[in-house]
Design a protein around this ligand. Structure first.
Ligand code: FES
Length: 158
């Protein structure tokens, strides 16, 4: 199989390998590194990760489809993930999600036509004490309200 993952992926893996004596434990960091390259995990990339780790490609797909942090289809430049689990729901997350859909003109799971924003619903983001919470790529936005959401969008557009 011809390699498509760039050298930077393999260099990162070389650094990480000594920390993971059990090779299968490298699956999560390998998927992270692969996703950093493409922004999502195309099928042939997952196949290459499987070959690199030494497992069946189905095992890689099982892991990638279990965790919501892995994108199985292309996402926008900014991936907005609004938590709608209990703590956030009790503090208005459903209304925020409705607002976000209207404001962006898309439904959850979709990407704006300009490719800038993808909107997703998340289970707990681990920020229950500052609910409602949203992640935008790697950034947390806590105590989210309409004003903070709008401010974030304006900042992200610049
Ligand atoms: S319930 Fe939303 S962050 Fe935990």
């Amino acid at each position: 199989m011809a390699k498509i993952l760039p050298e930077v992926f393999y260099n990162e893996m070389k650094k990480l390998e000594p920390r993971y004596p059990q090779r299968k434990a490298l699956i999560l960091p390998a998927l992270h590194e692969a996703q950093k390259v493409y922004g999502w995990l195309p099928s042939d990339v997952m196949d290459e990760v499987a070959e690199f780790i030494g497992v069946h490609p189905a095992q890689i797909r099982e892991v990638a489809s279990f965790y919501t942090m892995y994108n199985l289809k292309p996402v926008g430049k900014v991936h907005l993930k609004i938590c709608t689990n209990v703590a956030c729901c009790l503090r208005g997350a459903d209304e925020l999600m409705d607002y976000a859909e209207k404001k962006l003109g898309i439904k959850k799971g979709e990407t704006t036509p300009d490719g800038l924003f993808t909107l997703s619903e998340e289970e707990c983001l681990g920020a229950c004490t500052t609910a409602p919470a949203m992640m935008a790529n790697d950034e947390y936005v806590e105590n989210l309200d309409l004003q903070k959401f709008n401010d974030f969008l304006e900042r992200a557009k610049k």
